[in-house]
Design a binder for this molecule. Sequence first.
Ligand SMILES: [Zn+2]
Length: 284
Amino acid sequence: MNLGCGFVLDCCRLTIKIMKLIFLGSGSAFTVGHDNYQSNMIFESDRGRKLLIDCGSDIRFSLNALGFCHMDITDIYISHLHADHVGGLEYIGFTTKFDPRCNKPNLYASKELAHDLWYRTLSGGMRSIEGELATIDTFFEVHPVRKGGSFTWEGVEFKLIKVIHVDNGYFMMPSYGLYFEVDGVKVLLSTDTQFKKNLNDLYKQADLIFHDCETSFFPTGIHAHYNELMTLPAHIRSKIWLYHYEPGELPDAKKDGFRGFVKRGQTFELVREACRETQEAIAV
Ligand SMILES: [Zn+2]
């Protein structure tokens, strides 16, 4: 069937390889409640290998809630050094180190973060183990990603996208989002970012976007706020799933033209999801 759109035809034909994106939580850093956790996710490849995207202080609970545990964590990506993204690494590091069934997890992060991840974040609690002075290499197989670079996992190239998270007036603390393509579907995962024009090109290129979205009445300035995202054109909003939001009542995102707010446990089969959504959009 000719739908007049090469992307749709390709997408529908190539449903062999499925990459799942599972949201362990979709809440903000200080989410408290029974129905959500911090925004950490798992990519699961078609052969069952898992890549944990960020490892916050909620991680042992959010993994357990979906039936996972430390033994599932073989690969980790870290976007930046806030505790809702790295505060669970001590748990994963120790549990995998002292469980003989586990190998050392691979840890991917920008080269810029690798040094500070150990010396400013983890070493206080992790450098002393019985009879040994540990380093980050004691616990993790670190794969620093060079400036403007990418890493490849399960055949998918994940390009690091430097986004503006916090500007303290002296220097900028970035986060590193991810841009990747699975079977013709281009996906942007923003991680924590302010609302800035520098992402506009990627908004246009991506077929599917998972975007940081603050919903607080008292904006922090370090996250894209729902009201700011509302200023994006309708055709961009229609690609966006919102996450990293505060607990409490939420706006009607679907009515406002977004795909919606991601719920804890929500799973996206990236190829099929993009395909179905695109077909619906064309049918309309
Ligand atoms: Zn952050």
